[in-house]
Design a protein around this ligand. Sequence first.
Ligand code: CP
Length: 320
Amino acid sequence: HRDLIGIGQLERHEILFLLDEAEQWVTLNRQATKHEDLLAGLTIINAFFENSTRTLLSFEIAGKRLGADVVNMHAAQSSVKKGETLIDTAITLNAMRADAIVIRHGSSGATQLIADKVDCPVLNAGDGQHEHPTQALLDALALRHALRDRGEAADDFTGLTIVICGDILHSRVARSNLLCLQALGATVRLCAPPALMPSGIEAMGAEVYHDFEAALDDADVAMMLRLQTERMSGQFIPSAREYHHLYGLTKKRLANAKPDALVMHPGPMNRGVEIDSEVADLIDRSIITRQVEMGVAIRMAALDVLTRRARGVAGWGDAA
Ligand code: CP
């Protein structure tokens, strides 16, 4: 079987394949609550060692819409609290014969560690500062749809300049999006205070900015990220007020970008810190709720594609 650990492990054609597979679910999700029993008889375990609203719920909804039995394990109520190691938890989950396991964990590499111990496909729902692949895929799908609504061809993002601004250092969303957007042809500008920018990130092909207005200049998209204070220890922590002063997306600041530039945010948002409400709620420009909508479709596609081989259907990679 194959796992979905990171965008870094995907070829461009595989990214496009997952986006194309998700399109059918975007259409059907708008028409009905449950579609078919594609995954009937399958058991999917969502093992979340970190808090989540969007990712956990959308994986659960995605599995149920396709007819699977979905079981959620919240670490706070699990035997992790009794000192069980991650490896032992993985062996335990494997003994239950799940057909797919979705994992969110606070440590980079934890999802791969579990994937190495279990017999079914593992989907990374965010591991530390490493990757959050389904987030980048849903962001790409939301952007594709927003551009199409404007009559622009958007199978890929060649020619687009996309600014990702926020706590890049701690952000798995930034890393997955950098890889995904670049694979789809976009120019990616990363913007953060110097203390929140990973050193050497230019080597991944990003343009690095510390001045947000300069980063926004003539940009097509502004993707905002929150300050991940829960991951900051012993380093510079800006106050919400000073951060907003320099890096908050205000309407005035957004005017530096293209006149119709789109606004994105993976959530959870801290309104008034990294983004003002009047920008987050901009009609036709902010696609933040559309990102959430696309999350269900992307996760349906990912669960379907990754379990194909076990279901006796030509699997992901078989046709590649
Ligand atoms: N974007 C995202 O991963 O949100 P949650 O933490 O609520 O899942």
